[in-house]
Design a binder for this molecule. Structure first.
Ligand SMILES: C[S@@+](CC[C@H](N)C(=O)[O-])C[C@H]1O[C@@H](n2cnc3c(N)ncnc32)[C@H](O)[C@@H]1O
Length: 197
C-alpha cells in the first residue's frame, strides 16, 4: 500500500499524489512544544509525513491524536507509531473524538487535510470543529499548494481562516515539496459570534 495507490483509489479524499516533504513537515509542526505535556491533534495524516516529526518534538511527552478517514492509512500508522492514538474518523467529528478520550482542548492542531477537495459545507464544519477544539492560546497549522493558492477553494479557505482566527501568518514557500507549498500558522481562535464568514 502506497500513497500513490491510495490517491488512485480516492483522488479527492487523498488530495495529493505524494506525501509532504520533510521540509514542509518541519514548518507545519514547528508550534509543537519540545518541553511540555502538550495535546497535539493531527488531521489527515496519510502515510505519516507529519506524524514522525510531531513524535520527535513531543519526545514521549503529552498526547498525540491522529484523525484519519482512510482506514488503510490509519492501520499502517497505528502499527508503525504505537505511541500515537490513531482514530478512523472524519475530521469534522474532532469534538466527539476528544470527548471520548477525555481531552478538553488541543494545544496544537496540525492539518494535512485536502481543503481544495472539500465542499464549502464540509470545510466549514471541519474548521468549526478545529477552532472549537483548540485552546485559547493554541496554534492551528495547515498547508496550501502555491500553484493553487489563488484558485477559489484556496481563497475560500484563507478567508475562512482569517475569519476564525485573530492572527493568520503565511509562512515562506517550501520549494522542496511536490508541489511547492506554504503553511498558514493560525492563532487565537475567534468565538463563533464574532466570526465574519
Ligand atoms: C494531502 S493528504 C496529506 C497526508 C499527510 N499529512 C502529508 O502531508 O503527507 C490528505 C490526507 O487527509 C485524509 N483525509 C481526507 N479527508 C479527511 C477527513 N474528512 N477527515 C480526516 N482525514 C481526511 C486523507 O485520507 C489523506 O490521508
Amino acid at each position: 500500500m502506497s500513497f500513490l495507490t491510495e490517491f488512485l483509489r480516492s483522488p479527492l479524499t487523498v488530495g495529493a499524489v505524494a506525501p509532504s516533504s520533510s521540509g514542509l513537515a518541519r514548518v507545519a509542526v514547528a508550534p509543537v512544544p519540545r518541553a511540555a505535556d502538550a495535546v497535539v491533534v493531527e488531521l489527515g495524516a496519510g502515510t505519516g509525513a507529519f506524524t514522525g516529526p510531531i513524535q520527535q518534538r513531543l519526545g514521549g511527552r503529552g498526547r498525540h491524536v491522529v484523525i484519519e478517514i482512510n482506514e488503510r492509512f490509519a492501520q499502517r500508522l497505528a502499527r508503525r507509531c504505537p505511541a500515537v492514538e490513531v482514530v478512523v474518523a472524519d475530521a469534522a467529528d474532532l469534538g466527539a473524538v476528544l470527548v471520548d478520550r477525555g481531552i478538553g482542548r488541543a494545544d496544537v492542531i496540525v492539518s494535512g487535510l485536502p481543503w481544495a477537495a472539500f465542499a464549502p459545507d464540509h470545510q466549514r464544519d471541519v474548521l468549526a470543529a478545529a477552532t472549537e477544539a483548540l485552546a485559547a492560546d493554541g496554534v492551528f497549522t495547515t498547508f496550501a499548494y502555491v500553484h493553487a493558492r489563488w484558485a477559489p477553494p484556496a481563497r475560500r479557505l484563507h478567508r475562512a481562516l482569517e475569519s476564525r482566527f485573530d492572527e493568520v501568518v503565511t509562512g515562506r514557500t517550501v520549494w522542496a515539496n511536490l508541489p511547492p507549498a506554504l503553511v498558514y500558522h493560525c492563532r487565537r481562535p475567534v468565538p463563533a459570534a464574532l466570526q465574519l464568514v
